[in-house]
Design a protein around this ligand. Structure first.
Ligand code: SF4
Ligand code: SF4
Length: 355
């Protein structure tokens, strides 16, 4: 990688950049679908892309870990050995917000643990990521500032900051450097451009405020003390156990394995598909015991899998504050409201003890 870390791309060259990139590989980017709804899908030109968007319905994890993917195929007519399958293609993900970059970093940690997940990692090495900074909070459901996911913390090849008439582009990897070299639309950065970036960062400090009355360093302790909280029963009574919140979450990675046998009863494929800890049979074990039978227990588990267990194991939250779970919940269960209720309950308990 060269010493140059920043370049600029003028907005009048944005369409040309995307069109040229799309000639050599698939480009996936946020595209508007009706009112306040966006999806990552293939684009061939910059004008198809929504540069201002709230988190897409499904996070970009769908490219790294598809909702349903074949793992092996078998055919007894050809012998007893199974053939591993990895469906993969080279692509560029453009416009990934910092919350989703954080989500991909969480999945990278999980799937790089031993035994490594070959399918996930093979796909990951085929995908280049171009991040895009948010200049304002996407809506009232986002809480990215609480978990420090409103600023870029790596996990991208290039990162675009929109400073008005042009983008300032941070080159983070050799692959990012190659994209810059191939497309020829980028210009060297000048001192005044860097000042624009400094000004933008200062401005964003006043926009991205933590709206939840707790510091991120105190969250693990809050969860330590909230295991028996009545908040879980309240949330459990409202929850419909649909599993939508986990499907849309950028860091949820649970899956189920199913075998599908063809009509000849000799050949077929083994698939994995997304699964959800919010579904009743998730914790059902042999003998018929279900160790998270109530919806309250399953909801509690979901929150502990975001704010407590991964902090012990990976030293990071597995919530990126994207707000998708709240936006999608038909029962109106809000992550911010649940955190606020846990905090309130804790404060009340402390007062009662003190009085
Ligand atoms: S989306 Fe809402 S109702 Fe559905 S499982 Fe999640 S919390 Fe429950
Ligand atoms: S728990 Fe909700 S807010 Fe947090 S990362 Fe998952 S979907 Fe986003």
């Amino acid at each position: 990688m060269k010493d140059v870390q920043f370049m600029i791309l003028r907005k009048e060259n944005f369409n040309g950049f995307i069109s040229q990139l799309a000639k050599t590989q698939k480009v996936m980017a946020p595209v508007a679908k009706g009112n306040k709804s966006f999806v990552f899908e293939e684009v061939t030109s910059g004008d198809q892309i929504s540069l201002k968007y709230i988190p897409t319905v499904l996070p970009p994890k769908k490219f790294f870990m598809p909702q349903r993917e074949p793992l092996v195929e078998f055919d007894q007519a050809k012998g007893l050995e199974m053939q591993a399958i990895v469906e993969q293609e080279k692509m560029v993900l453009f416009g990934v917000h910092t919350c989703d970059l954080a989500g991909i970093q969480c999945l990278n940690m999980v799937f790089s643990e031993r035994p490594k997940d070959y399918n996930y990692l093979t796909r990951k090495y085929k995908i280049n990521i171009i991040g895009l900074g948010c200049n304002e909070y996407c809506d009232e459901h986002a809480s990215c500032n609480l978990v420090n996911a409103n600023v870029p913390n790596g996990g991208y090849d290039l990162f675009f900051s929109d400073v008005g008439d042009y983008f300032i582009v941070h080159i983070n990897t050799h692959a990012g450097d190659e994209i810059i070299e191939q497309t020829k639309f980028f210009e060297p950065i000048a001192k005044e451009n860097m000042q624009d970036l400094v000004n933008l960062r200062e401005k964003k400090k006043n926009i991205f405020k933590n709206e939840i009355p707790i510091e991120s360093r105190d969250i693990a302790e809050l969860f330590d003390k909230s295991f028996e909280s009545p908040v879980w029963e309240e949330v459990g009574e409202r929850c419909l156990s649909c599993g939508n919140c986990t499907n849309v979450c950028p860091t949820c990675y649970c899956f189920d394995i199913i075998d599908e046998v063809n009509l000849d009863l000799k050949s077929g494929k083994r698939y994995r598909k997304w699964y959800s800890c919010q579904l009743d049979p998730f914790a059902l074990v042999a003998g018929g015991e279900n160790f998270r039978k109530s919806r309250a227990a399953r909801q509690k588990h979901r929150y502990y899998r975001k704010f407590k267990y991964p902090v012990s194991k990976f030293s990071r939250f597995f919530c990126t504050g994207c707000g998708r779970c709240t936006r999608t919940c038909m029962a109106g269960i809000s992550l911010k409201e649940t955190l606020n209720n846990l905090i309130k309950e804790r404060v009340n308990k402390l007062w009662i003890k003190w009085l």
